[in-house]
Unconditional design. Sequence first.
Lengths: 473, 177
Amino acid sequence: MTHTLPLVGSALFRVRAATGRCAAPTVRCREVPFRVGRWTTFMLLLAAGVAHPAAAQLKVDINQGQSQPLPVAVPGFATPASAPTAAGETGALGMQVAGVIGNDLKSSGLFKPVGPSAPVTNGEVTKPSFVPIRAVGAQALVTGFVEKNGDGSITVGCYLYDAYAEQELTRDGFKVAPAAWRRAAHKCADKVYGRLTGETGYFDSQIAYISETGPKTRRVKRLAIMDQDGANHRFLTNGQNLVLTPRFAPNESRLAYMSFANNKPRIYRYDAVAGRHSLVGEFSGTTLSPRYSPDGRYLLLSQVRAGVANIYRLDLESNALTRLTDGPSIDTSPSYSPDGSKIVFESDRSGTQQLYVMNADGSGQRRISYGEGRYATPAWSPRGDWIAFTRIGGGALRVGVMHPDGSGARVLTDSWADEGPSWSPNGRVIAFFRSPQGGGTPKLMSVDLTGQNLRMIPTPLGGSDPGWGPLRP
Amino acid sequence: MRTLKILLMASLCATAACGKKTAKTLPPPPPTTAPSSSTTPPSSSSGVTETGVRPGSPEDFRRSAGSDKVHFAYDSYEIDGENRGILDAQAAWLQKHPSVSVTIEGHADERGTREYNLALGERRANEVKNYLAGKGVSSGRISTISYGKERPEVEGSNEQSWAANRRAVTVLGGATG
């Protein structure tokens, strides 16, 4: 398994032992010919009189983990040789990488970084001392190195250990341009998360959203994009036009969003590689609520004509437009199921906003929401098992989830106006925005699918309309 | 893709220079000719002399029709009695000034979700357009735009503010943004 992040090109990568070269060019090269097996470890520890949970695999229950986050030590990463890079000296980068990993793990609510942050030595990366790790209460240890390569890139290697079994659980390495060191750290955190929860991670991803500032009556909105932890934030529009509701294409280098440029509310596309905005399609009336299909081939949208809003599907290659819903109602906010076979949307055809599911060709439309209140802004989880929504009722807007058949509906948040859910790429965390009563700007928030770990997503100004992007390749 | 028109929008900043802007250097919001509050005395926005109101001007329109806006009940797009009277007066004025075109701007209050409110605002604007057309104003003179809940007239979060924000504004000429 080689890992090269596209930024550096397709050079093959090898995890190199901290203490020496590998005999053969395989990824999982082990410089230590003899390893202490689990059984031997168990016997030794038994002899030492230490209770050892060898029978219990070190694992985090993703549905229960937040009540007892797993203590994990993430000391600063080592560097085999201190060297300057375009992003700073490798030892300093080692500290920062560990900081990003610890922050990612902590932000999930499932892990609790413990212990000192002082860096490990190079030798300790593959031969850690577990006694001091256990002494601070950690059950797992994440360690690794940052090394500068001859071509100016850096390699970040990371290792996960079970601190009681004293066993390596997994390792990985990433070769990146120095400026992309955070992505390598996020990839390491995803590896740790994945190995301990059994689920895919979500840390190496971006969030597009609308930055907000100014009084409510003259709010200035700008399209913005950032890493999911708030880093690498940049504005993509300058506030001159009202912009709304960005969504990532599945390949993460494109965004669709709505803009009122020229006083014509239309859907636009932003191409991150070309750094260019362009109009999507030719429409004579207002178009809104852009949503990509999972294969990136289609864009769903609502077109409003004479006060009626219906959902259409635009084929992005042929430009063919197919109407999916009909009738004199407001049909909007569509969302594809992850396998692309179904679409959930909201419609007020019954008299109030409710959720409906249909086949991807528009057939078989049936209502799924029957609880108290109105239901809007549905977002189908990337895992397919839940649909997030905004529920309007009792004088408040709240974010919740229900199964695709409408069962199991529950609200996850409790405030005056929580709205616009968007899923993390692993379908475990929901980003949304919270508006204050009165004049203040809204803020981006996130909550775990279990309803726990409510957090604010840091942004320079106010924020709304989060569109969480895919896991980056 | 090849049939899509690629439009380089000068007003959409696509370069890295965007990221370097701080909150202090935000461009000023686009100017509006719409009145900001019903409590401020009407002021001439057409640059005429202080003593008179130019016929055919927005000021003339507002004074003659009584109001350039109508209001709606929550989640509704029906035009009720009092508001019908306002639109009747607007229609009468528009008959007298056949060269003037208008844009109906539809709005919603903040207590709904964003995309639905954009469509609801459009529905309200469309109702006004249909009403005016029914009173003899050629629909070719009337365009519509919805701002959903994006451009409230009043900032508060209470029944009074919400009622003021559920509105359709008849603006002479193109939309104000």
